[in-house]
Design a protein around this ligand. Sequence first.
Ligand SMILES: Nc1ncnc2c1ncn2[C@@H]1O[C@H](COP(=O)(O)OP(=O)(O)OP(=O)(O)O)[C@@H](O)[C@H]1O
Ligand SMILES: [Mg+2]
Length: 257
Amino acid sequence: MSEAVAPQSEAPLIGAPLIEAPLIEGPLIEAHKVTRILPGIVPTTLVHDVDLVVGANEFVAITGPSGSGKSSLLYLLGLLDMPTSGEVLIEGKATAHMTEEERALARLTMLGFVFQFHFLLPELTVRDNVMLPMRALGRLSRNEMRARSETLLSSLGLADHMGKRPDQLSGGQRQRVAVARALANEPPVILADEPTGSLDSKASEQVFEVLQDLVRGHGKTVVAVTHDLAMAERMDRQIELLDGRVVSDHKHAAARI
Ligand SMILES: Nc1ncnc2c1ncn2[C@@H]1O[C@H](COP(=O)(O)OP(=O)(O)OP(=O)(O)O)[C@@H](O)[C@H]1O
Ligand SMILES: [Mg+2]
């Protein structure tokens, strides 16, 4: 069944800001000489000496062959993992010495995650899944959380599915729920690990357009790992990894045309 998905740019996709966030001018995420080595009898280097700066309103693709460290890098940028050496800064703040609570707060307020396999909780409704990060942050009342969840889901074309459980949705719909969940606390950055990797071409295109609209229409920054080079070409910047190292990082001049 076809659905109207791509949100109108003028529609308030993420609603009025519920959390007064100051305008962010400097870099949102920085990696300074980030290396991640998994200890073991034979230590494995996942990410090697990566330097990166990601600013506001960027649409960034991370590409590279399987095993090149794309997911590992995304988890480091998203504070889901910690570097062995080097450092990750969020909004200019060093994160290495943060307590687990401080890291969790930075993740909840600054970063939204979308994974290849949605990771929605199967026993919860779609609406309740989207409310989870809001509950974790604890800044809204139950009614406000519910209203915001419904606003987000409606603007992603899911108004008719809010009371369903994830297994009652198609893959593309589930992935749009995952995007809604990532936006729950209105973070400036969405990190996505192959968000279209398990979808057919039509659903992929719909999810891509949702991500694109977050950047073009709503000022978000999206960093997405993808194997799809045609999709990467349509983004503004492409960072290519090989054996855990950045081998190219370039802007696509024509991407916004
Ligand atoms: N827990 C782990 N134990 C051992 N090796 C690991 C572990 N996690 C990742 N690796 C290795 O680290 C390297 C980078 O893995 P990573 O998952 O970041 O690659 P990727 O570029 O995301 O690959 P894919 O495109 O297949 O998702 C790979 O060689 C992988 O085998
Ligand atoms: Mg991966």
